[in-house]
Design a protein around this ligand. Structure first.
Ligand SMILES: Nc1nc2c(ncn2[C@@H]2O[C@H](COP(=O)(O)OP(=O)(O)OP(=O)(O)O)[C@@H](O)[C@H]2O)c(=O)[nH]1
Ligand SMILES: [Mg+2]
Length: 506
């Protein structure tokens, strides 16, 4: 049933006009399909008539256009348009004559105020584009829809219908829609502008290319390119995560202080607090930057994610105790993983000065004998501070270098990893056609957190925790960096994790 025209065959890439009744979600479907989240580029609005002129939008893979779409204004007066065509149609039953009467309609009303939108949407179709007809399947089929379907059938162009259910009342009218659409379209598929993910996008593109026979040979190549490009994004995302962990676990906030300063308890406490805060700020910035890079990788550069949830304010912050209570590994898993905490540096210092009086050990480390009990409440994310004193309890000549970071708790890398994975999951399920606020709802974690740890890492297999743990243990300030082999193994493991997150298998 697929038809082609010389013009479309000659054009470099297949071309499709996205048509349908005004306000049914044409622009939203297109924006999701080509991953265009920028409102300035594809306008989506609850106000009918938002798309006033036809606009060409390319689907590009690595900068190369593989498909072209034309976003068009919606049908406003399809029944009247069809009535005109019927009146001016002479040879009943002749498909060429049907197309000619559509052509005659466009010629008659081009440039006039009558049927302005119908003319604009039919022009690219008559010029050789295939048709993507979008309907809101959650509403009933109306006479106007039937007229639209008939006009589109008359054009004789290859055409596909998309059921975009704008509300959840889907099933109710589906049968009726499918019956009518089946009579006029080569294919009918469901595709939701607000929920479609990569797999659905690819399947839809595949169907589009199938109905456009003239480009069949290019189908497989385009699909392969799209899949490769997605794989590349996943690899890039794993790079971002490896870098995030490396930076956060090896970074410290340091300053040189004189022997006199360190001896004064008040000053010392203030310096430790200031440095810890400096460390936390730097890490928050690193995390934010890496999260932003993920947005760019997944073509969501314009998005401004908002954290929501009951305790959104608290949960939004990496160092909040609420976050540490629900993310990362549980106690048993941590012990089994054998990850040495980033605090090892500080801890050893504490041991060395453990016998000293004067409050310095508690101030600096406080971890000795505390064990897991320390990780309750506020202490969960307590920052390790390196020992500024020599084992003899003296400052070195000319002062000392005081360093803060990373947190003592060995759960730190797992909390970081869980946060970035949760972010990733939100990102890849965010359809580009949506124009509402991009909300990352942390209450999901809070709810499951009532039962214990609810992040991804607590569900990792023990083999996976061990293999990542090996690499994480080697990431410590002032230590030799992990081997390239450990790093690439960790990267590969993270790639697998990302695939599982995408497939909902984790
Ligand atoms: N909930 C939901 N809303 C949708 C969906 N698709 C579109 N919408 C909303 O429906 C309204 C119209 O969407 P558009 O994409 O602008 O529709 P259009 O057909 O291009 O409209 P015109 O250009 O005015 O003809 C917008 O408020 C969209 O956010 C969907 O799948 N789910
Ligand atoms: Mg539109």
């Amino acid at each position: 049933m697929a038809e082609t025209s010389d013009q479309n065959q000659r054009s470099e890439v297949p071309k499709f006009a996205v048509v349908g009744q005004v306000n049914e979600g044409k622009s939203s479907v297109l924006a999701t399909l080509v991953e265009e989240g920028d409102q300035a580029k594809i306008r989506v609005s609850e106000m009918p008539g938002e798309t006033a002129r036809s606009q060409s939008i390319g689907l590009e893979i690595n900068g190369r256009k593989v498909l072209e779409f034309i976003d068009t204004p919606g049908f406003q007066r399809a029944r009247q348009a069809l009535a005109w065509m019927k009146e001016h149609h002479e040879q009943a039953g002749d498909t060429r004559a049907l197309a000619e009467s559509v052509q005659a309609f466009v010629e008659e009303f081009a440039g006039s105020r009558d049927f302005e939108d119908e003319v604009r949407l039919l022009q690219p179709v008559l010029a050789g584009a295939g048709i993507v007809y979008v309907v809101d399947g959650s509403k009933p089929v109306r006479p106007n829809h039937l007229a639209e379907m008939e006009i589109l059938r008359w054009t004789g162009r290859p055409r596909m219908a998309i059921l975009n259910n704008k509300s959840s009342a889907e099933g109710q009218f589906a049968g009726d829609w499918k019956k009518h659409l089946g009579e006029s379209f080569n294919l009918t598929r469901e595709f939701n502008a607000h929920r479609a993910r990569f797999g659905e996008r690819i399947r839809l593109l595949q169907h589009l290319l199938e109905i456009e026979e003239g480009h069949r040979e290019g189908i497989e190549q385009t699909i392969r390119l799209l899949q490769q490009e997605w794989q590349q994004r996943r690899n890039d995302a794993a790079d971002v995560m490896v870098e995030l962990l490396e930076k956060c676990l090896t970074r410290q906030a340091c300053r040189n202080v004189s022997g006199d300063q360190i001896k004064q308890r008040g000053k010392r406490e203030q310096m430790v607090e200031d440095l810890s805060e400096q460390y936390r700020q730097e890490i928050r910035k690193v995390e934010e930057k890496q999260h932003r890079r993920l947005l760019d990788i997944f073509h969501h550069s314009e998005a401004v994610p908002q954290i929501e949830g009951q305790s959104a304010e608290a949960m939004g912050d990496l160092f909040a105790k609420e976050v540490w209570q629900v993310l990362g590994l549980n106690r048993g898993q941590l012990v089994m993983t054998g990850v040495v905490s980033g605090a090892a540096v500080g801890l050893m210092g504490d041991l060395a000065i453990g016998g000293l009086s004067g409050g310095i050990p508690t101030l600096i480390g406080g971890a000795i004998g505390g064990g897991f009990a320390l990780w309750k409440g506020q202490a969960l994310a307590e920052i390790a501070v390196s020992n500024p004193l020599t084992p003899g309890g003296k400052t070195r000549l000319g002062g000392v270098r005081l360093c803060a970071g990373p947190p003592k708790n060995p759960n730190f890398p797992w909390v970081l990893l869980d946060r970035v994975l949760f972010y990733y999951q939100n990102l890849i399920t965010r359809a580009h056609g949506r124009r509402d606020a991009f909300v990352i709802d942390l209450s999901v974690l809070e709810r499951s957190g009532e039962k214990g740890h609810s992040g991804y890492s607590s569900r990792f297999s023990s083999a996976r925790r061990k293999s990542l743990g090996k690499w994480l243990s080697a990431l410590q300030p002032d230590k030799v960096a992990p081997s390239a082999e450990d790093e690439s193994q960790a990267w590969e493991e993270i790639c697998l994790i990302l695939k599982e997150v995408e497939d909902g298998d984790l």
